[in-house]
Ligand binder design. Structure first.
Ligand code: CMP
Length: 139
């Protein structure tokens, strides 16, 4: 059965360019309830841990550098079928391939600076949610 929560991060490019409000509007219009949210600045150690699954990929160093380049907004979102529906709302990883109207089509600059993260499975949504939020920060 599909789970009902996913983890998103509004990435440093989108925060720096003033797109927090626009992205949160798309999240609300998409029918997601925000159950946890914070603005934070990842340390190198935390960014490496979050993206450890990509540690062997050639872009890992670039990804960690980018994700620590400025503050992010992390949030847990709730909706039926949250992981899949949120990935539809954000569009393809590469904004050049993202469907019109998706968050990445609207706000992402490149495959690296791609405005938002969305969990890729229910299992990772739970791991990533617990990475950013304790039980008393989730409502
Ligand atoms: P995200 O959904 O946060 O998950 C992994 C991230 O790695 C992805 O978004 C991109 O930001 C980044 N990424 C994936 N492929 C590349 C690539 N070819 N070059 C740089 N960054 C990439």
């Amino acid at each position: 059965m599909a789970g009902n929560r996913t983890l998103t991060m509004i990435k440093p490019d989108a925060v720096k360019d003033g797109h927090i409000g626009g992205i949160l509007s798309k999240i609300n219009e998409g029918g997601f309830r925000i159950v946890a949210m914070k603005m934070t600045h990842l340390t190198t150690a935390k960014a490496k841990e979050f993206y450890a699954v990509h540690s062997e990929r050639p872009f890992y160093g670039e990804l960690v550098e980018f994700m620590t380049s400025g503050p992010i907004v992390a949030a847990i979102l709730e909706k039926d079928n949250a992981v899949e529906d949120f990935r539809k709302l954000i569009g393809a990883t590469n904004p050049a391939e993202a469907a019109p109207g998706t968050i990445r089509a609207l706000y992402a600059k490149s495959i690296g600076e791609n405005a938002v993260h969305g969990s890729d499975s229910d299992e990772n949504a739970a791991i990533e949610g617990a990475f950013h939020f304790g039980g008393t920060e989730t409502f």
